[in-house]
Ligand binder design. Structure first.
Ligand SMILES: Nc1ncnc2c1ncn2[C@@H]1O[C@H](COP(=O)(O)OP(=O)(O)OP(=O)(O)O)[C@@H](O)[C@H]1O
Ligand SMILES: [Mg+2]
Length: 427
């Protein structure tokens, strides 16, 4: 994140930190070869921007902790503590805890064979799930290094109105480009929607009802290898790295199939059925993106379960991306989705990370309805709006032509919005 504070101009700060947290911070900084003052600066800056949704950190026995922060940051931090009605010690403890969680020990990072899993979901129809799933997958798969340059030019060209809509400064967005690591990755797009729009839009044949598909694998009745169903996208932009697992027409029956399999076999767990089906091919991919159907049910529970943070996985690496629109009915649908996610997490003891909200098809000509609703999305506590995407003709053209967006118009605004989503996801 870009800092408004002058670099080099630092002031000494005397506060308190619980010894265990201080020790963890020292070890983590050593492991990541960072100065403690830089980690503390990042922690406080991030905490001020992101807030804190967890329970209070136990600060009993806190001992003196001295560090150097950029001039002005500590005063702003104290003001934020006042606004949030927390003590300075609690505020600092929350900042450091959140930083530690977001910057895990290299020893804890998942094995390279565990792909990043991005589940694009919302039971409301037509909000842009398929659009975002395809765009995010393409951004991860395009040639390495190309995306960051396009994104940088795009951010530089954003107008003040567009920046205001995003609720970010240009400097903050440019800082996200510096950390942009997408590109050059092996990506699988899973068409998990029986409407199979994703497959159609990319010119891939869907799987007819009754044939071998992801559904038969999930129901525990595979006839062959799931790998054999996967289709590579033939576009030079992706150099063979972008693949699709086509949608199956009988996905409409998945809820009842999962219920039936669970009734017939005591060991069958509905929620992990998708994960079990995809496990054999996970080592072939760096990123797996799931395009979900516009429904909530057992199949969607299995999709959400697949997004869960795995043991030792960095927070915000995998999780759910939620496209919405700037209108009231979208807010109601969002509430229902979050309720389902939270209930699943509680029932099964999972953590599912919210990677961000995308306000799609934004049309400022709708006036107050659009702008006030956008304001409400920005005010949400549990996650961030990471992109506000206009209604753009390139998106409709690419669908009509059955071509991947980033292959058809790689420099377009719409393509860059997809990269912006990737840059902000989980941050
Ligand atoms: N930003 C955009 N600008 C222009 N058209 C868009 C944009 N986003 C999506 N669309 C178009 O809107 C339609 C709905 O988008 P999409 O299929 O991605 O939504 P969805 O949420 O996946 O729908 P469903 O719930 O039916 O699966 C598509 O025709 C898509 O091309
Ligand atoms: Mg769709």
């Amino acid at each position: 994140m870009a800092s408004p504070y002058p670099e080099g101009d630092r002031e000494k700060v005397a506060s308190k930190l619980p010894p265990a947290l201080h020790q963890e911070l020292k070890i983590r900084c050593a492991e990541l070869a960072l100065d403690i003052q830089d980690a503390a600066t990042a922690a406080v800056t991030q905490w001020r921007a992101d807030g804190w949704t967890g329970p209070d950190v136990d600060t009993a026995g806190a001992k003196s902790f001295n560090t150097w922060l950029p001039a002005g940051l500590y005063d702003d931090f104290k003001a934020t503590c006042g606004d949030r009605d927390v003590s300075f010690i609690q505020g600092l403890a929350q900042s450091i805890r959140a930083w530690l969680d977001g910057n895990p020990s290299p020893k804890e990072l998942p094995a390279p064979s565990e792909p990043r899993r991005i589940v694009v979901c919302n039971q409301k129809g037509g909000v842009g799930k398929t659009t975002v799933a395809a765009g995010v997958a393409e951004a991860h798969a395009e040639a390495d290094g190309i995306g960051a340059k396009c994104l940088q030019n795009f951010i530089t060209s954003l107008t003040h109105v567009e920046l205001e809509r995003l609720n970010r400064t240009r400097e903050q967005l440019l800082a996200s480009v510096a950390e942009y690591t997408a590109g050059g990755q092996r990506v699988l797009l899973v068409d998990y929607d029986p409407q199979h729009h994703l497959s159609n839009q990319l010119g891939v044949r869907h799987i007819p009802a009754g044939d071998e598909s992801l559904i038969t694998h999930m129901a525990g009745q595979p006839k062959g290898e799931l790998r054999d169903l996967i289709v590579p996208i033939d576009d030079p932009r992706f150099q063979g790295r972008l693949h699709v697992l086509p949608g199956a027409s009988d996905g409409f029956l998945l809820d009842s199939q999962l219920a039936l399999s669970a009734a017939q076999s005591r060991g069958f767990q509905k929620e992990s059925a998708l994960e079990k089906a995809l496990r054999p091919i996970e080592a072939d991919y760096d990123v797996i993106v799931l395009d979900s159907p516009p429904s909530l049910g057992l199949a969607m529970d299995a999709g959400l379960y697949y997004a869960r943070r795995r043991p030792n996985e960095k927070k915000g690496r995998s999780g759910v991306l939620i496209p919405v629109q700037s209108e009231d009915s979208s807010a109601d649908a969002y509430e229902m989705l979050v309720d389902q996610i939270e209930a699943l997490c509680e029932d099964l003891g999972l953590s599912i990370d919210y990677l961000g909200i995308i306000v799609n098809l934004f049309d400022s000509r709708r006036g107050f309805i659009a702008t006030s609703s956008l304001e409400e999305w920005h005010q949400m506590q549990d996650q961030k709006v990471i992109a506000v995407v206009d209604d753009l003709k390139e998106q409709r053209e690419t669908v009509r032509l059955k071509r991947p967006l980033l292959g058809y118009v790689p420099e377009s605004k719409q393509a860059n919005f997809m990269r912006l989503i990737v840059a902000g996801a989980g941050k």
